[in-house]
Ligand binder design. Structure first.
Ligand code: HEM
Length: 249
C-alpha cells in the first residue's frame, strides 16, 4: 500500500478514490438538505427530524451518534489524503519540469488550470460552513443546536449569506466539473468514443448539484419557505441572546 501511495500512478488513483468518497457525501448531503423544502411542519420541521434521525441511527445497537462520527472520520481522512496527494503530485510535476519551461497550457480548460485555486477556496468554504451550521460558532444570525430549519431560515434571510453560498456552489461546480472528468480518466473509464459523453455527464452532474444545493438558500431568501414555527422562533432567539451575552441564557 505504501509503495502504491509512493508511485505517481498510485497517488493519482488514491486522489481519485478519495474524491469519489467526498462526492458521494455531497450527493447524500444535498438530498438531506432538500428535506428543508418541506417547510417548518406543524410539529417539527422534516429537516430537523432528519438531523435527529442521523444522530440516532444504529441505536440501541450502537452508541448515540456513532454512525455520524464514523462518517465524519471517514470524510476528514478522505479530505486530508485527497489534499496531501494533490500537493505531492503538484510538487513532483513542478520538480520534473525543466527550469524556465512554461506550464503546458495548450488544450487545457480554464477549470483544469484553476483546480488548485478553486480547491483552496472550497476548503475555506467548508471550514466556514462547519463553523456556521455544525459547531454553531458564527452568531451573526440566531443559531440553536438541533434546530436546523430555523438556523437555515435566519441565515438565508441575509443577502450576504445567499451570495456567499451561491458563489461557493459555483466554485465547487468548477472544481467538480473537472474533478469528475479526471476521476473517470484516472480510473480508466475514458476512451475516445466515450469521452464527449463523460464530459457532458460531468457537466450535468454538476448542474444538478448546484441547483439541488442552491435551491434551499434561494427558497428561504425569497420567503417561499415559511419561518420556523413559534416554539422554534422563541428558543432560537433565546439562543441568539445567549450567544450575545456570552451564553448565559
Ligand atoms: C446551500 C448549500 C448547503 C446547505 C444549506 C448546507 C447545510 C448544512 C447544515 C444545516 C449542516 C449541519 C447539519 C446538522 O447539524 O445535522 C451542514 C453540515 C455540513 N455540510 Fe453543508 N450545506 C450546504 C452545502 C455544503 C457543501 C457544498 C459542502 C461541501 C463542499 C458541505 C459540507 C458540509 C459538511 C462537511 C458538514 C458537516 C457534517 C457533520 O459532520 O455534521 N455543505 N450543512
Amino acid at each position: 500500500m505504501i509503495a502504491f501511495w509512493r508511485s505517481s500512478v498510485g497517488k493519482k488513483n488514491i486522489v481519485a478514490v478519495t474524491g469519489a468518497i467526498l462526492i458521494g457525501y455531497l450527493i447524500l448531503h444535498m438530498l438531506g438538505n432538500l428535506n428543508s423544502a418541506f417547510g417548518p411542519g406543524a410539529d417539527e420541521a422534516r429537516v430537523d427530524w432528519y438531523a435527529h434521525w442521523l444522530r440516532d441511527f444504529g441505536e440501541p445497537l450502537l452508541p448515540h451518534a456513532f454512525v455520524l462520527w464514523a462518517v465524519r472520520v471517514i470524510l476528514l481522512s478522505a479530505l486530508v489524503i485527497h489534499i496531501t496527494g494533490i500537493v505531492q503530485l503538484t510538487k513532483r510535476n513542478r520538480a520534473a519540469r525543466p527550469a524556465n519551461f512554461p506550464a503546458k497550457r495548450i488544450g487545457r480548460s480554464f477549470e483544469s488550470m484553476a483546480m488548485l485555486g478553486t480547491g483552496v477556496l472550497v476548503l475555506a468554504f467548508i471550514i466556514f460552513h462547519i463553523l456556521q451550521f455544525t459547531t454553531l460558532s458564527i452568531h451573526v444570525t440566531p443559531v440553536e443546536e438541533g434546530a436546523v430549519y430555523s438556523n437555515l431560515y435566519y441565515a438565508f434571510q441575509k443577502w450576504y449569506f445567499l451570495v456567499i453560498y451561491v458563489a461557493a456552489l459555483l466554485l465547487i461546480g468548477m472544481h467538480l466539473r473537472h474533478g469528475v472528468w479526471s476521476l473517470f480518466q484516472t480510473l480508466g473509464f475514458d476512451n475516445p468514443n466515450r469521452n464527449p459523453k463523460l464530459r457532458h455527464g460531468s457537466t450535468v452532474f454538476v448542474l444538478v448539484l448546484i441547483v439541488g444545493f442552491g435551491a434551499i438558500p434561494v427558497l428561504f431568501f425569497t420567503d417561499v419557505l415559511d419561518p420556523p414555527n413559534a416554539a422554534a422562533v422563541i428558543t432560537s432567539s433565546i439562543g441568539a441572546v445567549g450567544s450575545l451575552t456570552g451564553g448565559v441564557a
